[in-house]
Write a protein that binds this ligand. Structure first.
Ligand code: MOS
Length: 734
């Protein structure tokens, strides 16, 4: 089906048992905790398997003068050393299209693979990797965004800029103005499972057991890189230990393993070490964002300007779209948003959880807090006064938008009324205590997806699609959808996902996974219901499916009696359509944070946090809450801890491990809560749901930044807000 008109009342609304929405435990939970869930690197292919280890470039920019691999080749167990001297020609393309490796002597970034050592064991490969001698000719590199702003240019896409009304005139005429710069650092996804692949060839057929979020796109990229037909490539990825965007696209592990396996005629397995993940794969660009807000005396925005700078390799067309949400979040007649990207000689900058909004809201939502203070307005009230009636740039209605309800409900639950509007007024022991608020919003995309569902004579429905579960709960929510649509209990639904042998699916990314794959499954189940009704000789519209039975017009038939000996199968599909153009579709939320700031050291402790969200139909109360809380924890890290430290001389991330790249640990995260207010969005998809994978991070860090200001009066505009930035800004204690 194509999403051209809002969904009317449908079979899911009428579903008999209501599995959808329930806090059903993860159906993949037991296999995961008992070790029966097999991840890419754990997949066994027998004793013929060889193991590969990546050798990274140790310069930031330049070229290889010579590689001496002789010592490595003679080392115990080594069967192959791949370098640009013996690697095959490959197809080219940007990071979304292809991932050629070892293509020549040029070094474009620190950590670029320059050799791949394959041995009988991982340990032998790793030991031999240190024997590869590479001589380089260094070229001057450009590594730091701030030092290269003069070289930033408009990305080659139409959506890079937007202008509505006359920003300059509107801003100049505004009696209350704000013009500030905010910065966010380089970030790394830091998912639990490093990138890993097991590659094996059967004749000209390649199978990659690999940790990848979007298998169909990955398959295309592998085929293009290796210059083989796409049908000859199969990606298998049933379990994925997190991705956050780092595994959206194919990375070096997959291509290196595939090339080595072909050359050796034996399976090759490889994993990046934790340290290698930071340089060999992608990161989120740092940003420098200028925000200008002009308001009248009542706080109504007259002008909104957001300029955002990010960096990327010169060969990559993408950029950090940090100003996108500023086009739609608040009202205001005069608007200007611009993205510029500076060419930098550091690894590929790519998507990381809520690309765009996550860092854009870190800036915009401090700016709104600052504007509220200038106006002597409560920051919630400022947002209420700028609630738009339609999308202020596209001039289309919102599909559903309940930001106001999120702010108001959160205010009530959090006890916002007790907040002192003046900073530095509340003290608890050594801590100055403050509260902050920030809005959350994230776009709601829909992607082409297909599914097949087959009801067997045993009464078990088997669902197949090339969907992935990156830890988000896909297995579980798809099980719930099939159970409701077919009137089965969840233990009569078998999910088979994570394999390009199954129908094409969106994969997991951009918060489109659940809606896209779930809608395809909805459609497949709807078609299966029609087939079952036909088999029973009843009108599908009148049929009710419950308890493994079809009931209609007084008759009740067991489904197993309708499917025959070979079962009945149906295919479904969802295509994005007109409703994406006719409506402005976003999910919304409001974050509330209370922090304590040590009066002497500036140490920030989060004391409590609440997120209130609306995201259409919630498919599973437990997995949704986990997604929201996970995003909020990400926001805590963005506010207080996370950031890659670039050595500007060498284009090298100094803190490339989890000891030095800080993410929140248990001690950093007190009791936090996330709730979803009831909503159905019938323009979004037939499930009436919206994506939630990224909503929780959006705005979360800004709520902490604003709480820090409210606590101690230090307005820090450069993330992360670490002690060194706070120390000089703390009020003097008597
Ligand atoms: Mo997401 S950054 O699309 O995994």
């Amino acid at each position: 089906m194509e999403m051209d008109t809002p969904a009317g009342r449908n079979a899911l609304d009428a579903a008999a048992r209501g599995w959808v929405g329930k806090p059903l435990d993860r159906v993949d939970g037991r296999p995961k905790v008992t070790g029966r869930a097999i991840y890419a690197y754990e997949t066994m292919q027998g004793p013929a398997t060889a193991y590969g280890y990546v050798v990274e470039a140790s310069i930031g920019k330049g070229s290889i003068v010579s590689i001496d691999a002789q010592a490595a080749e003679r080392a115990p167990g080594v069967v192959l050393v791949l370098t640009h001297l013996n690697a095959p020609a490959q197809g080219q393309g940007n990071h979304h299209e292809a991932h050629p490796v070892l293509t020549g002597p040029e070094v474009a970034y620190y950590g670029q693979p320059v050799a791949f050592v394959v041995a009988e064991t991982f340990e032998e490969a790793r030991a031999a990797a240190y024997l590869v001698r590479v001589r380089y000719d260094r070229a001057p590199g450009r590594y730091a965004l701030r030092a290269n702003l003069d070289r930033a240019r408009a990305p080659r896409v139409a959506s890079a800029d937007s202008a509505v009304g006359d920003f300059d005139a509107g801003y100049a005429a505004s009696p209350v103005r704000l013009d500030e710069i905010y910065t966010t650092p380089l970030q790394s996804h830091a998912m639990m499972e490093p990138h890993a692949t097991l590659a094996s060839w059967d004749g000209d057929q390649l199978t990659l057991h690999t940790s990848n979020q979007m298998l169909n796109q990955g398959r295309q990229a592998v085929a293009r890189t290796l210059q083989v037909p796409v049908e000859k490539v199969r990606l298998v990825s049933p379990y994925i230990g997190g991705g956050f965007g780092a595994k959206l696209w194919v990375n070096a592990d997959a291509i290196l393993a595939a090339i080595a396996a072909r050359q050796l005629s034996r399976p090759v397995k490889t994993a990046l070490t934790r340290q290698q993940v930071f340089h060999v794969t992608t990161h989120r660009s740092d940003t420098i964002q200028r925000i200008r807000l002009g308001a009248d005396q009542e706080g109504r925005l007259q002008a909104i300007g957001h300029d955002s700078y990010s960096g990327n390799l010169p060969s990559e067309p993408t950029f950090e779209a940090a100003a996108m949400q500023t086009r739609t979040l608040y009202a205001g007649a005069n608007r200007l948003t611009r993205h510029r990207v500076a060419p930098l000689d550091i690894p590929v900058a790519s998507s990381m959880r809520a690309p765009g909004e996550a860092v854009g809201l870190l800036a915009l939502e401090i700016a709104m807090d600052e504007l509220a203070e200038k106006l002597d307005l409560d920051p919630i009230e400022l947002r209420l006064r700028n609630e738009p009636r339609e999308d202020p740039e596209r001039h289309v209605p919102y599909s559903s938008r309940h930001l106001v309800a999120c702010l108001q409900e959160g205010s009530r639950r959090f006890g916002w009324a007790a907040r002192s509007p003046r900073p530095g007024q509340v003290r608890d022991g050594r801590q100055l205590v403050g509260m902050g608020v920030a809005a959350a919003t994230r776009g709601n995309p829909l992607e082409l997806s297909r599914a097949s569902v087959r009801l067997g004579p045993d009464g078990v429905a088997t669902v197949r699609m090339a969907m992935t579960d990156i830890g988000t709960g896909t297995y579980t929510i798809l099980t719930q959808i099939a159970a409701d649509m077919l009137g089965l209990s969840p233990d009569h639904v078998r999910m088979e996902i994570g394999d390009t042998a199954f129908p094409q699916a969106s994969g997991s990314g951009g918060s489109f996974g659940a809606a896209s794959s779930g809608s395809a499954l909805f459609d497949a189940c709807d078609r299966l219901r029609a087939k079952l009704a036909a088999a029973a000789g009843v009108d599908p519209g009148a049929a009710r499916f419950a308890d493994g039975r079809l009931e209609a017009g007084g008759q009740s038939r067991a489904l197993v009696d309708l499917v025959g000996a070979s079962g009945v199968e149906a295919d479904g599909e969802i295509r994005p359509g007109e409703t994406l153009k006719a409506f402005s579709q976003q999910s919304y939320g409001a974050h509330f944070a209370e922090v304590g700031v040590d009066v002497d050291t500036g140490e920030v402790r989060l004391r409590r946090m609440l997120g209130v969200f609306t995201a259409g139909r919630i498919l599973n109360a437990k997995t949704a809450r986990s997604q929201a809380i996970g995003g909020m924890v990400f926001g805590i890290g963005a506010a207080l801890e996370e950031g890659l430290t670039l050595d500007p001389r060498f284009g090298f991330y100094v803190n490339h491990d989890l000891a030095e790249y800080h993410v929140p640990v248990h001690a950093d995260v007190p009791e936090i809560d996330a709730i979803f207010l009831p909503e159905l969005d019938d323009a979004a998809n037939p499930l009436k749901s919206k994506g939630i994978g990224e909503l929780g991070i959006c705005g979360a860090g800004a709520a902490l930044a604003n709480a820090i200001y409210n606590a101690c009066g230090a307005r820090i505009r450069d993330y992360p807000i670490t002690l060194d930035k706070l120390l000089g800004a703390l009020p003097t204690q008597s």
